[in-house]
Design a protein around this ligand. Structure first.
Ligand SMILES: [Zn+2]
Length: 220
């Protein structure tokens, strides 16, 4: 619930920017919004919102994965080492694509590729040292080591969200948008499991128009 509210706030903050598109359809989990920032599979529709290290930092901050001060620290680390920043961007996108493949396979009841699962293992282990357990009003939650200035730290919130979702009962509610050309993923949180579209305003309406045209064609 708190994650969803954070997404709404994040979207308001990113309005007008290209990657704001990824928040038009809050997926219900940080890792799903991250997958949706590239239409699921890089290049599938040549839609990529995270093209540079700066885009990635902006996205992570907008999504609430990094605080303003953490993002500032990591941007400085990236500016000091452009090559490391470039490598980090490639790793983040590599992680996103592996995760998206695993999740899309799940929506089609296919087995996930073991190399994709191993990649998720690797990033989980690699970023674990930046995780800090902290008390919240409801209990405990993972947070990010505020002192961490290593670029690897930036991936931790997404990795945590991904592993959390993959091992949770919520995974049963994972859906891919009902449009065959849309790879957006979301958790269907309706009571009767009736959500079909990433968002009604784009895919939902588009499919309605297509169905309407097909019916007209048939009756003509
Ligand atoms: Zn869609």
């Amino acid at each position: 619930m708190r994650e969803r509210n954070a997404m709404r706030v994040a979207y308001a903050r990113t309005k007008g920017k290209r990657y704001a598109e990824t928040f038009r359809c809050p997926g219900g989990a940080l890792c799903l919004d991250f997958c949706n920032s590239g239409q699921g599979i890089k290049g599938s529709r040549q839609e990529e919102w995270i093209l540079t290290f700066a885009d990635l930092m902006d996205w992570l901050e907008a999504a609430g994965a990094l605080s303003k001060s953490q993002a500032t620290k990591l941007r400085a680390a990236g500016a000091g080492s452009p090559q490391a920043a470039q490598q980090f961007l490639a790793r983040a996108i590599g992680f996103r694509e592996a995760l998206a493949r695993v999740l899309l396979a799940r929506t089609e009841s296919r087995a996930a590729a073991s190399e994709d699962l191993r990649l998720i293992d690797t990033e989980y282990a690699r970023t674990a040292r930046f995780a800090r357990l902290s008390s919240t009003a409801e209990g405990f939650a993972w947070s990010l080591d505020a002192a961490g200035s290593a670029l690897d730290a930036a991936l931790r919130p997404i990795v945590e969200s991904a592993v959390g979702l993959l091992t949770s009962s919520k995974l049963a509610r994972l859906r891919r948008c009902g449009s065959s050309t849309c790879y957006w993923l979301f958790l269907d949180e309706t009571k009767n499991g009736s959500r079909r579209w990433c968002e009604m305003a784009s895919c939902g309406n588009l499919m309605k128009v297509r169905r309407h045209r097909a019916n007209q064609h048939r009756s003509a």
